[in-house]
Design a protein around this ligand. Structure first.
Ligand code: OOG
Ligand code: NI
Length: 264
């Protein structure tokens, strides 16, 4: 296995630990061959110690290049995406919360979390599947949740893939996102319906849908509570005028995909 394949294998195993549905959805769509992932996504804060530049350094070392950038004003987020020259490797979408735009209380909780991370842990590739590096109380989680579902998610789950995304273009047994969605729903899984099940269309060159995140127990410093963990996404890309598949993201669609970790 190449170093980059090995990394994604570790990220996938770590994601499965908190996303029991992903293995089942994976089996539902696979004919036994390996599924190609369109992308994986990370969430972080715009604090220099852990910002997009820090997270992406590991990817740049492995041959990834920075490609697009995206703004999410209402959610107070900024994001970039990264691509590898080997197009069978997943793209990586990394967002960061604009921490200074939140209340002093929220900023203080986030500062405390980030202060708890060992610099040496950030500088190794395994940071991408390391989870949390801090302890927060359930009340701190709720205080974050009141202002930003995203901030609360990072507090609970930390540095791990927020989702993997099946590339529908590479599936042998499904051609349309409608067919994938129907199979996923028939399998008993719930789709994110914010703005409709299908986000985007052929005109924007990208159609996306996603499951709602699993609910998994988290040990806060004071109690253990089941909260939304990670989800699974499905993406179909369309060719541009030059005949090549569009490789970017669509901010209006991404804005809705973020809500797959909302408590339904
Ligand atoms: C990322 C949401 C955006 C996409 O495919 O548009 C995204 C997230 O939920 O962290 O992954
Ligand atoms: Ni995504």
């Amino acid at each position: 296995m190449t170093p980059v394949k090995n990394l994604f294998n570790n990220i996938w195993q770590n994601y499965l630990e908190v996303t029991p549905s992903a293995d089942k959805v994976h089996q539902l769509l696979s004919t036994g061959d390996e599924l190609i992932n369109d992308h994986v996504a990370y969430r972080t804060f715009n604090i220099a110690k852990v910002n997009i530049a820090k997270i992406s350094a590991h990817l740049l070392n492995l041959g990834y290049k920075e490609c697009g950038e995206y703004h999410f004003e209402a959610k107070k987020l900024y994001a970039k995406h990264f691509e590898h020259t080997d197009t069978n490797l997943p793209k990586v979408f990394i967002s960061e919360l604009l921490v200074e735009e939140f209340s002093p209380r929220v900023q203080a909780i986030i500062e405390k979390m980030v202060a708890g991370i060992n610099e040496a842990d950030i500088n190794v590739e395994s940071f991408l599947y390391s989870g949390t590096h801090w302890q927060v109380s359930h009340q701190e989680y709720l205080d974050l949740l009141a202002e930003s579902e995203y901030a609360a998610w990072v507090a609970a789950w930390g540095y791990r893939a927020n989702h993997f995304t099946v590339s529908i273009n590479h599936l042998s047994n499904y051609d349309s996102i409608e067919a994938v969605n129907a199979a996923v729903k028939a399998g008993g899984f719930t789709l994110n319906t914010t703005g409709g099940e299908i986000k985007g269309d052929e005109a924007v060159k990208l159609e996306q849908s996603s499951t709602m995140a699993d609910h998994v127990l988290v040990e806060f410093s004071d109690k253990t509570v089941a909260i939304p963990s990670c989800f699974y996404e499905f993406a179909k890309r369309y060719p541009m005028e030059n005949g090549e598949l569009y490789t970017g993201f669509v901010a209006a669609s991404a804005d809705k995909i973020f809500e797959s970790t909302n408590a339904a």
